[in-house]
Design a protein around this ligand. Structure first.
Ligand code: ZN
Length: 250
């Protein structure tokens, strides 16, 4: 992979990091915000802990019900998601690193190879033991008769591709995100509190590598002081404006 900086061509190379805040206007509540899922119900976080999930069928049934009832399935991309597609089509986008597993970047039109899903995805599911895979929607469709689904090949429990607490982030995805953060000219963090590692360190890596850091988030983040700009406006306004600026400057 090339690491050359784009001064040679004049086109800025932009890496975007998105968190739950970009999807709240799609009807998906965040986890840690004032009205967040885990703020309102701290026990809900337990449904995403790997150890209890593996050992406790009751937890697994509740987790699958949580996924079935998730607002993700009815969510639609917003102008903020779509603005990143414009950035990609203009050839300026290196990557969208996302903490979200809602698939809204791809549904907006971002190419799958551009979207780096650091916390996995709800679209696919996996066997916890072998390589068997299945579409999550197919599992959810039979949940009434199969509330604790197991692998047809080896009999082990199934889980979505969402990374659980206690699991490592996908190494290849994280490597690609680090590459995108350390080789960009502009690093835009959107709708993330930048408090969860190792994702938060991407902003620091970008800054250390010489990128301009732009933050779009309603609440303060630990990286506001190193940012070239902090925008607290609603993301649906702020991000399309920012993308418009980048496209115009180019
Ligand atoms: Zn299996």
């Amino acid at each position: 992979m090339t690491t050359s900086r784009p001064e040679a061509t004049g086109a800025p190379r932009v890496t975007v990091l998105t968190g739950a805040g970009i999807s709240t206007d799609s009807g998906i509540p965040d986890f840690r915000g004032p009205q967040g899922v885990w703020t309102r119900d701290p026990q809900a976080a337990r449904l995403l802990e790997h150890g209890p999930y593996v050992s406790d069928p009751t937890i697994r049934r509740r987790t699958w019900q949580m996924w079935r009832d998730s607002p993700v399935w009815d969510a639609r991309p917003t102008p903020a998601h779509r603005s990143l597609v414009d950035l990609e089509r203009a050839g300026l986008l290196a990557a969208v690193c996302t903490q979200n597993f809602d698939g809204l970047h791809q549904r907006a039109g971002s190419s799958p190879t551009t979207v780096l899903e650091l916390h996995g995805s709800l679209t696919g599911s996996r066997c916890l033991h072998c390589d068997a895979r299945e579409r999550t929607a197919d599992i959810l469709a039979r949940l009434d008769v199969d509330p604790d689904p197991h692998c047809a090949a080896c009999g082990s429990p199934l889980a979505t591709d969402v990374v659980m607490f206690g699991e490592a982030l996908p190494g290849d995805v994280l490597d690609a995100a680090v590459e995108a953060a350390t080789t960009c000219d502009v690093f835009v963090a959107v709708g993330t509190t930048l408090t969860v590692q190792p994702v938060a360190s991407l902003a620091a890596l970008a800054a250390e590598s010489g990128a301009r850091v732009l933050i779009v988030n309603a609440q303060p983040t630990p990286f506001d002081r190193i940012a070239d700009r902090v925008d607290r406006r609603p993301i649906q306004e702020a991000l399309p404006d920012l993308v418009g600026e980048l496209l115009t400057a180019h």
